[in-house]
Design a protein around this ligand. Structure first.
Ligand code: UDP
Length: 488
């Protein structure tokens, strides 16, 4: 039911400190950890979430677990390991309701199922705990387990909620009515934005922004040889000079017109390295706005020859532009039972487009068996993009946008609350007014595709923003302070 995960994160603080642009943040963090050290003695922190791969939380935890331990606070990672599909269907519903979507009817049967799995989970987590330990429970799936354990054991419990909506709707009310039952025992809660905090947690909540690891396989710099090597190994481009031993364990696959999935160079190389590329990489979730993005791209391409002012966006650039929609192989994600269905809807929408437009779009499934290969593929896909879009209808905080901004890319988000915190419209990226309006999506893409200087300037400001506010050092520092306050 719960599994201890050994985080695959092989970097220590020294590895970051050698980079001058990171060294100050690392030293500040070490200083803070030394001051707080006595409060951490003899305690362990247990991070608990629902998946080891795929999605923002699984992305955040490995560097947090490793670096917090190096800083003197022994931190471990437990993952909910149930094959109860009913449970994950329910928790996915709760996830969607917190973000304002779905059927708000939640009754006794739902509560019974939720509590049954959470009670078993709590019993298993209890085996790992010692008095004084700190539980950090991530998101709604294991929330009740944390509450049960706080009531029966001498532990401190913090709930970290990564999702939210900046308005109250019947859906969010239903979700919070369900979840608030488990709020009271918690010592503290953490959200990504103040607007997301429900009334039941308003007196004991803090804001901590999620953050990225600048040296992870997903975010580190890739020189051109490495970039091409990764794209070839994943069969995203035709290998020009095959490099022995550089194959990945599985190729990225591209959706084909006959409904099959083949290596992404089939039926032909998509031209990732030679064309203007617009990319969105996310989970296959309706709230990520994939189908509306497809429609927006179709609208962009439908701009009739002659409609365009050549100073605005030369027709030849528009003709060459291609769209990549990429996400994790849906068979590999246990806690997201809708992924397969949503990917099916995206493929159906694609098949309805005219054939010549289909040639300009690649829907790509990224293999997840190797976290390192997945991360390198995401990194390489970002780095061969001219524009990265995150067309989310709702977003708690889009790590994908942060990752693109760190890579100095022109990043386009929406006015979803999480993205609004990251991207300052026109300064370090752009925000699409209405992600479901094809004209709004097309307008932003058209303007950016036609203006390389602007894309570069946005990219530089974007990286600066991430450097200042969204790197792991700031995040870990905030967590150390919060844990010290809570155990004190
Ligand atoms: N991601 C990935 N492989 C994929 C798609 C997404 O590794 O095929 C990662 C992405 O790089 C990011 C995370 O999953 O780090 C998604 O986090 P985000 O906060 O954007 O959204 P969430 O999935 O948490 O809603």
């Amino acid at each position: 039911m719960v599994r201890l995960i050994e985080p695959q994160h092989h970097l220590g603080l020294d590895d970051y400190e050698v980079f001058t642009h990171l060294s100050t943040a690392v030293r500040d963090l070490q200083r803070e950890a030394r001051t707080l050290g006595p409060l951490f003695e003899g305690r362990r922190v247990w991070m608990v979430n629902s998946t080891a791969h795929g999605g923002g939380v699984a992305e955040l935890l490995p560097p947090m677990v490793t670096l917090m331990s190096e800083l003197g606070l022994d931190t471990r990672w437990l993952v909910l390991d149930t094959d109860d599909d009913e449970f994950f269907r329910l928790t996915k519903r709760l996830h969607n309701l917190v973000q304002g979507q779905g059927d708000p009817t939640l009754g006794d049967a739902e509560r019974e199922l939720y509590e049954k799995v959470n009670r078993q989970t709590a019993d298993e987590i209890a085996e790992y705990l010692s008095p004084g330990d700190v539980l950090v429970i991530h998101d709604p799936q294991p929330m009740a387990a944390g509450a049960f354990l706080r009531q029966t054991h001498d532990v401190v419990a913090i709930w970290r909620c990564h999702i939210g909506l900046d308005e109250q709707t019947p859906e969010t009310e239903a979700a919070w009515q369900f979840l608030c039952t488990y709020a009271e025992p918690y010592d503290h809660a953490v959200f990504s934005a103040p607007e997301y905090i429900p009334d039941c947690l308003s007196r004991k909540s803090t804001i901590i922004h999620p953050a990225i690891d600048p040296l992870s396989h997903k975010n580190r710099e890739l020189d051109v040889h490495k970039l091409v090597g990764i794209l070839s190994a994943a069969e995203l481009v035709e290998p020009t000079h095959p490099t022995p031993g550089a194959e990945f364990s599985a190729p990225a696959r591209r959706f084909q017109r006959d409904g099959t999935w083949e290596p992404a160079t089939q039926p032909e190389d998509f031209g990732l390295l030679f064309r203007p590329i617009v990319t969105q990489i996310s989970r296959w979730d309706r709230l990520k706005g994939y189908v509306p993005l497809l429609n927006g791209f179709a609208e962009l391409k439908a701009g009739l020859p002659g409609d365009l002012d050549d100073d605005d966006l030369p027709q030849r650039i528009l003709d060459l532009t291609r769209l990549v929609l990429a996400g994790p192989d849906p068979d590999s994600i246990q806690d997201d039972p809708e992924a397969q269905e949503v990917l099916g809807e995206i493929c159906d929408a694609y098949l309805k487009l005219p054939a010549e437009l289909q040639d300009d779009i690649a829907i790509i499934s990224i293999p997840m068996a190797s976290p390192k290969e997945n991360a390198l593929i995401v990194n390489a896909l970002h780095r061969c993009s001219d524009i990265v879009v995150q067309n989310s209808l709702r977003e708690g905080f889009g790590l994908t946008a942060t990752e693109a901004m760190w890579k100095r890319l022109a990043t386009v988000g929406t006015r979803a609350a999480g993205l609004r915190q990251q991207i300052r419209d026109g300064l370090n990226g752009y925000l699409i007014r209405d992600p479901e309006a094809p004209g709004d999506v097309a307008d932003v893409l058209r303007m950016l595709l036609g203006d390389q200087k602007r894309r570069e300037a946005l990219g530089h400001s974007a990286q600066q923003r991430v450097h200042n506010d969204f790197l792991i050092f700031t995040q870990i520092r905030r967590w150390l302070e919060l844990i010290a306050d809570t155990v004190n």
